[in-house]
Design a protein around this ligand. Structure first.
Ligand SMILES: [Zn+2]
Length: 66
């Protein structure tokens, strides 16, 4: 194969082309990496929110049944 395949990626944050040589791969810069990390963290916080609605928020006040 003589087809030189240029291996590049695109920064998932700003869509800048990032060469695989870049230490920040797959991000174009440390800044975009942190942005992605933040977004990932936010999603992690969102997911358990749905399954933790019934048990965690129950008020300890049940004096209605005495
Ligand atoms: Zn970027």
């Amino acid at each position: 194969m003589s087809q030189a395949k240029l291996k590049i990626l695109r920064c998932p944050i700003c869509r800048t082309i990032v060469p695989l040589d870049d230490p920040n791969v797959p991000f174009c810069s440390d800044r975009c990496r942190l942005i992605d990390l933040g977004a990932w963290f936010n999603e992690q916080h969102r997911i358990p929110d749905e399954s933790a609605t019934a048990t965690d928020e129950l008020p300890p006040d049940s004096s209605e049944e005495s």
